[in-house]
Ligand binder design. Structure first.
Ligand SMILES: C[S@@+](CC[C@H](N)C(=O)[O-])C[C@H]1O[C@@H](n2cnc3c(N)ncnc32)[C@H](O)[C@@H]1O
Length: 268
């Protein structure tokens, strides 16, 4: 999958794209990210990309011509088949569902605004979709575009182990159950004993229950939309009083921190 990003601050993407999973995905040829400097499509000697707003008011507005010319020249024949997205706090809220839709395309164009935003004719001319990453205002669209690239890239086949994706928060329609790893006791907090039992059916049931209970407690809106089985409804009846409180045993005194492989930690 290819991402074309249009920005006046191309340097902002450097560290983000050259580390960890996105770096490996690019090296493996699973994703390609091209950053385009909108100023390269200006025609005046100052390379201006903004001007004062018609009708008055504070700040500056990004002008339509450099952005439209940049997108048209980079996408060429593929403009009609490529989703063009303007990052905007007044856009639709970006969700995992939208990420799944976008991941089906071979190419995506992302336009980053600055200042007071972008001349609205860009949206009309390019038939762009506006996406917001949350109900707050960033100084620019670069972080928002980075969020979209990150979330969509994880859904490109080969980037992440499909088993990891399946149970993650939002992919399954529920928030994820709590996760633990070594050491078995830290600052007096043990791991829920069921996870050390080796009983995979019981572990799966406990995790499902915790996912349901946490979603019910924190995101009832998601639970209302989730496809629940009769067994899920039974599990919801067994929710701990506070599913976000510590769910494992609590130790005191010399048991505060056990070395790896201690009596609680041998099986996992
Ligand atoms: C300072 S903001 C402009 C805010 C604009 N005056 C308004 O009130 O809607 C500059 C740019 O940051 C980006 N931006 C800010 N908040 C965002 C959000 N929540 N989601 C996506 N992009 C955002 C957009 O590209 C926007 O054009």
């Amino acid at each position: 999958m290819r991402f074309d990003v249009f920005t006046i601050f191309p340097g902002m993407f450097t560290g983000f794209l050259t580390e960890s999973i996105l770096k490996r995905a690019q090296q493996a040829g699973l994703i390609e990210i091209a950053i385009h400097n909108i100023r390269d499509w200006t025609t005046d000697k100052h390379r201006a990309v903004d001007d004062t707003p018609y009708g008055g008011g504070p700040g500056m507005v990004m002008m339509a011509p450099p952005i439209v010319h940049a997108v048209e020249s980079v996408l060429g024949q593929e403009q009609n088949s490529t989703p063009i997205i303007i990052m905007s706090p007044s856009g639709e809220l970006f969700t995992q569902d939208i990420a799944r839709q976008l991941a089906c395309f071979p190419r995506l164009a992302l336009i980053c605004g600055r200042y007071e935003g972008i001349d609205d004719r860009v949206r009309i001319i390019l038939r762009a979709r506006e996406l917001s990453i949350g109900d707050y205002v960033l100084t620019g669209g670069e972080l928002a575009a980075a969020v979209v690239i990150d979330v969509v890239s994880r859904l490109v086949p080969g980037v992440i182990d499909p088993e990891s994706l399946a149970e993650e928060s939002h992919n399954s329609g529920l928030l994820e159950y709590p996760q633990y790893t070594r050491p078995p006791i830290f600052r007096g907090l043990g791991v829920p004993e069921i996870l050390l039992s080796g009983n995979h059916a019981k572990i799966a049931e406990w995790r499902r229950m915790m996912a349901l209970c946490r979603t019910a407690a924190r995101r009832p809106d998601l639970l209302a939309r989730a496809a629940l089985t009769p067994r899920d409804h039974e599990l919801l009846q067994r929710c701990p009083p506070d599913p976000f409180a510590h769910q494992g045993p609590v130790y005191e005194g010399d048991q505060l921190e056990r070395p790896e492989g201690g009596e609680q930690g041998a099986s996992r």
